[in-house]
Write a protein that binds this ligand. Structure first.
Ligand code: ASP
Length: 606
């Protein structure tokens, strides 16, 4: 005899949210949490909630169940036996999927009692995030959170579907491993059995997946947990999930097609929307020039304009100084922005200063085409005409000017573009703008990198990671022109958020060593850190490439949530703590001694 699991568990016949008019007259058993309890002069109504939804239960004064119905409180766990009845005319609740029926209770069994919950299990209460995280088990009962968990599960299932359909094997890689090279700091796990040594938690399975290609797996994927010990930045988690994948004997086009198939299926299955494919593509250089960002948000226009030519011989001192020094002058026209007051312009200037800029200049285009601006009196008529022609600004628009070092200034103006668009409600709702950004730079100048721990040689750090193949035209001499060299790396961007990075990899041990050397990683250090990869490369390595979309951000965008913590079951706070378990926790000296470690005094703040 085969045994089968009952759909709702042996203790129930139905899910609360699954009962309908078809069940009228049936005796049923439901179980779940008491969502609300209302006493209408002796008749007691309970809303019973389980994962499938809510059903109304009535206990009549004539019924034996009424005594228990009087006793129960919110969030008690109960099992109810009763009969499904149609609600009388006029009592039907169209807002509730089960609103046409109710369950007339004849027996209520209390399975567990509950303290008054720290906050109501409802979406419309204003609760601090700390309290929600401390009692996450209650928080996750709220409809919105339950929906997010379910969506996450559906997304992961869809991902697995697409991967298996395309011949990818799900392979697990170790989480106690050696430091991996994504550029952040590692979380270390000291070894007790090998005192003085430590494992690292992987920042990604990068090297293992490359070795799986050497091993002949050809197509690998994994829903991987990754750890990066970064300084606190908005909306990052020290632990996060990636769909990590790698394929052999293919190139960018395979990765693009696979990802487009996957995103299209997820949007169809989860959101019931058709995504147009293929997604548009843009080189990194174009994205920087037009949008001041390697992850442009294409839901709104507002492109940057380069005013280098317009101000080539200018009398505007600040612009001249910057241009003569090899910097750039970049403008952003804001349609209709002429309604901004002096104070608002000052606020944006402060905003720019807060990001390390010296300042921002601004102008408003008057009805007669003249500029109202603190800089106007220094500009010639030709320059004003040039500004209008290059930015496309017209009467009633505002123009911001940024001047300074190339990459920094473009990124500043790109960030301003996004911030102003959000501030002025210029971002249309409900749009999905996917974009491939390609031809990434091979290296970033260290001063432009946000990665404080990456290997730095002559001021260069890898833009992606050091396993990324240079573009063919730079393979022979990237060392001679590191600032120009591009790679076969690509990012997928959705609505201005980077969803994934990937690349075609180096599959030649000599080229790999040259990249290491250029980054200041000597052959000895490379051997020590990455010898296992380089050795693997000596035993027949196929050309390979891959990508790794972040699952938390993906689900966040699909669910329309403002931050990733809303789609992670048990997230850390922004300061990196788990309020539920109180982790990280103080360690005791005995366990340190076992690990042959000693703690240093914690520096005090002042
Ligand atoms: N390992 C990379 C990352 O985690 C992704 C990739 O190159 O496939 O960012």
């Amino acid at each position: 005899m085969t045994s089968t699991i009952t759909p709702f568990g042996a203790m129930r016949t139905h899910g609360a949210g699954t009962i309908s008019l078809d069940d009228v007259g049936d005796e049923i058993t439901v179980a779940g949490w008491v969502d609300t309890r209302r006493d209408h002069g002796g008749i007691i109504f309970l809303d019973l909630r389980d994962r499938s939804g809510i059903v109304q239960v009535v206990a009549d004064p004539a019924d034996e169940a009424v005594a228990d119905a009087e006793r129960v409180r919110s969030e008690w766990v109960v099992r109810i036996h009763g009969t499904v009845v149609a609600r009388p005319d006029g009592m039907v609740n169209d807002d509730l999927p089960t609103g046409a029926i109710e369950v007339k209770a004849d027996r209520i069994e209390v399975l567990s009692v509950a303290d008054t919950p720290p906050f109501p299990v409802s979406d419309d209460v204003d609760v601090s995030e700390d309290l929600r995280l401390r009692h996450r088990y209650v928080d996750l009962r709220r409809p919105r959170m339950a929906r997010n968990l379910a969506m996450r599960s559906q997304v992961i299932r869809g991902i697995r579907d697409v991967m298996h359909r395309n011949g990818f094997l799900d392979v697990e890689t170790p989480t106690l491993t050696r430091p991996t090279p994504e550029g952040a700091r590692d979380f270390l796990v000291p070894s007790r059995l090998m005192p003085g040594k430590a494992f690292a938690l992987p920042q990604s399975p990068q090297l293992f997946k490359q070795l799986l290609m050497v091993a002949g797996v050809e197509r690998y994927y994994q829903i991987a947990q990754c750890w990066r010990d970064e300084d606190l930045r908005a909306d990052r988690q020290p632990q996060f999930s990636q769909l990590d994948l790698e394929l052999s004997f293919g190139d960018e086009e395979d990765v693009f097609a696979l990802m487009e198939e996957m995103f299209a299926q997820l949007w169809r299955d989860v959101l019931d929307q058709e995504l147009p494919t293929p997604f548009p593509r843009m080189t990194f250089a174009e994205a920087m020039a037009r949008f001041g960002s390697d992850k442009p948000d294409l839901r709104f226009a507002m492109e940057l304009a380069d005013l280098g030519e317009v101000f080539a011989d200018t009398g505007v001192g600040v612009f001249k100084g910057v241009l003569d020094g090899g910097g750039v002058v970049v403008a952003l026209a804001v349609p209709g922005g002429g309604d901004m007051t002096r104070r608002v312009f000052d606020e944006w200037t402060d905003w720019a200063r807060g990001r390390g800029a010296k300042g921002l200049a601004w102008a408003v285009v008057e009805a007669d085409g003249s500029l109202r601006s603190p800089l106007a009196k220094f500009m010639t008529d030709d320059e004003i005409a040039g500004v209008l022609a290059t930015t496309g600004a017209a009467a009633g628009d505002a123009i911001f000017f940024g001047a300074g070092r190339d990459r920094f200034t473009r990124e500043l103006m790109g960030a301003l573009r996004v911030a102003v668009a959000k501030d002025r409600d210029m971002v249309p709702a409900g749009e999905w703008k996917f974009l491939w950004v390609t031809d990434m730079p091979m290296f970033d100048a260290a001063e432009d990198s946000d990665d404080p721990t990456a290997a730095v040689a002559d001021g260069w750090v890898p833009n992606h990671h050091p396993f990324t193949s240079p573009a063919p035209e730079f393979i022979d001499d990237f060392e001679q022109r590191p600032g120009e060299a591009t790679t076969r790396a690509y990012d997928i961007v959705l609505n201005g958020v980077e969803l994934a990075s990937g690349s075609v990899r180096i599959h030649d041990a000599d080229l790999q060593r040259r990249v290491f050397r250029f980054l200041g990683i000597s052959d000895e250090v490379a051997e020590d850190k990455f010898g296992f990869l380089l050795r693997g490369f000596n035993y027949g390595v196929p050309p390979h490439c891959g990508i790794a979309p972040g699952i938390d951000r993906l689900v966040m965008l699909m669910a329309g949530e403002p931050n990733i913590r809303e789609v992670i079951p048990f997230p850390k706070t922004q300061s990196g703590a788990c309020l539920l378990t109180d982790a990280p926790a103080a360690y005791d000296e005995a366990s340190l001694a076992e690990l042959r470690l000693k703690s240093l005094p914690v520096p005090t703040k002042d």
